[in-house]
Unconditional design. Sequence first.
Length: 425
Amino acid sequence: MKNVTVVGLGKIGLPLAAIFANCGHFHVYGADINKLVVDQVNQGIAHVSNEPGLDELVAKAHQAKTLEATVNTADAVSKSEVVVVIVPVLTRENGQIYYQYIDSAVEEIAKGIKKGTLVTFETTLPAGDTRNRFGKTIEKISGLTMGEDFYLSYSPERVYSNRIIKDLSSYPKVVSGYNKTSLELATDFYKKGLNCEILQVSSLEAAEFTKVAECVYRDVNIALANELAVYANKLDINIMEVIKAANSEPYSNIHLPGVGVGGHCIPVYPYFFINNGMQEGLTTLSRKINDNMAQYAVELTEETIGQLKDKKILILGLSFRGNVKEPTKSSTLLLIEELGEKDAKVFVDDPLFDANEISKYGVIPFSNQQADQIDAIILQAYHDEYQKLDFSDFKNCSLVLDGRNVLNRRDVEKFGMKYLGIGMK
């Protein structure tokens, strides 16, 4: 049985480690700098929530002694024949890439790597980084040579929160290699580890480009939907009716409009192109359109209820999308900024966060006792809990802006409130 080290036990790394540890072929070391995470995994506890099947996989691997965690990355790597890297690459406010965490992880890998090891990166990266940044770092520190002494692969994660385990088995796994041997080793590893379809591509750079291109496609399509929704609103046309009709034609796949795009992926990865030589065009414009939807929502609110100074506005959902506890790049953060410039008093409700977590964003955590103070509501993330929201509690509210076009208009209007959607008057 081969030993595998998964570097980074976050929301994707832990499911990967758990699946590998249960496939019958590997003993898995999970390496993470967070000691609390390591301690939980070593107790058979999954710290990542809302991932169906993950709790059971971690507990089963713990019981079988095929999964253990450590904060000592170099030591785990020294015991392994395969190293999987899933440490995040972040961006700053201007979209510039922030490599600190993954650079540190790769340096630790280089300290522990032995001859014959396969290192495969799953973190979304700008084209060229696997070879030119991380491969060369490993060479420099370890003294080993890429393609001869150690082998290098890139295979991007292509999963969606709340269904990661299902996606890992059902999506084709894009796999690339530094050379023929690297590709063969990576292909064999992923076939055994994930038991999924393998899609080989010709180079590390092609695989890196593939993942970013997937995100750019979605960002551009959402921007198109948002642009159409804003225009439809001017013409008093229901954009949701239009999209349903248009998408009945097999070559049309217009996405859904909304108050913005959030999360680790779509608002971030287009900058891997934009800041690495791509000329300004659809990719750049789409980022601007989607980030401007928060401003558009606030303008709609002001047009409907008047000047927002001292008005009490409730945002539903701190998370970037429904049923996921993750505020990264959430459109709510842009809404808070826009409402702040209007001197509105901002309340935020999210059943996945406690009051202390919400108040860190400089807003007032909402409680039901405050319902009769609210002047307008903006739905940003549609959690399951909001399906049962009782609008009768909001006695002074005059507007509900449905930022995801999911609420029942009648449930709002029967209490005398105006309903607005994105592209839906």
